[in-house]
Write a protein that binds this ligand. Structure first.
Ligand SMILES: Cc1cc2nc3c(=O)[nH]c(=O)nc-3n(C[C@H](O)[C@H](O)[C@H](O)COP(=O)(O)O)c2cc1C
Length: 208
């Protein structure tokens, strides 16, 4: 299969340094508002990379449920592969790619668990079926699908309250670096990196 013949052209408008917000979170919010308005699919999906004890990186998709001063919030199983990676190394990276806008945002930072109360609040907002899956699934561990279905059905029988398990909850990735990438014609893409400098952010244009 030859993929070399796939030629992409990026026709989007310029991302000017003067138009960037001095706060990368505000800049992210501005982009996210545009993405949400355009109703693209999976607007809040991001690729999350962790590293294991040996420094081997690993990536997977997660859904970012909120973002703010504490960071970018996603929910998962704390005993999953990513959860275990974070106990050894809480440095992580998030990547958003919105093909409809030829835009990419890279965010590096440190991951930490959110409060138990916040995890429980979010868990309680989910459907009964989603709660049951979160409770029974030993995410990233070997399973028998039949056993899993049986446990799921048993749990859903009756109207027993489904409580947020201690192995499930939110992580916040608190950013230390951002990069906003806007695809442009002839590979003259616009790239701006935000790095922390004391109490402000330093913005640098990077070569495409
Ligand atoms: C669109 C999409 C959204 C996903 N959202 C989440 C999520 O929010 N939380 C989660 O734990 N897994 C989510 N997953 C599944 C993960 O990509 C991954 O398979 C799972 O978390 C196990 O990863 P791990 O073994 O590296 O821990 C999502 C997958 C896709 C394709």
């Amino acid at each position: 299969m030859n993929l070399e013949e796939i030629k992409l052209e990026y026709l989007q408008d310029e991302l000017k340094q003067d138009d960037l917000h001095s706060d990368p979170l505000e800049q992210f919010k501005k982009w996210m508002e545009q993405i949400l308005k355009a109703e693209v699919s999976y607007p809040n999906a991001a690729f999350l990379s962790s590293c294991d004890e040996q420094g081997m990186p690993d990536s997977r998709t997660v859904l970012i449920k909120s973002f703010g001063d504490a960071g970018f919030r996603f929910y998962t199983n704390y005993l999953s592969k990513k959860g275990r990676d974070f106990t050894h190394n809480n440095k992580a990276s998030l990547l958003f790619y919105w093909k409809e806008f030829d835009r990419q945002v890279r965010i590096n930072g440190f991951v930490h668990k959110c409060s138990r109360l916040e995890s429980e609040e979010y868990f309680n907002s989910r459907s009964r079926e989603s709660k049951a899956s979160a409770i029974i699934s030993p995410q990233s561990h070997k399973i028998s699908r039949e056993d899993l279905i049986e446990q799921y059905q048993t749990l859903l029988e009756g109207d027993k309250e489904l409580v947020c398990p201690t192995h499930w909850g939110g992580f916040d990735l608190t950013p230390t670096q951002f990069e906003f990438w806007q695809g442009r014609p002839n590979r003259f893409h616009d790239r701006f990196q935000y790095t922390q400098s004391k109490n402000s952010w330093l913005i640098t244009r990077l070569g495409p």
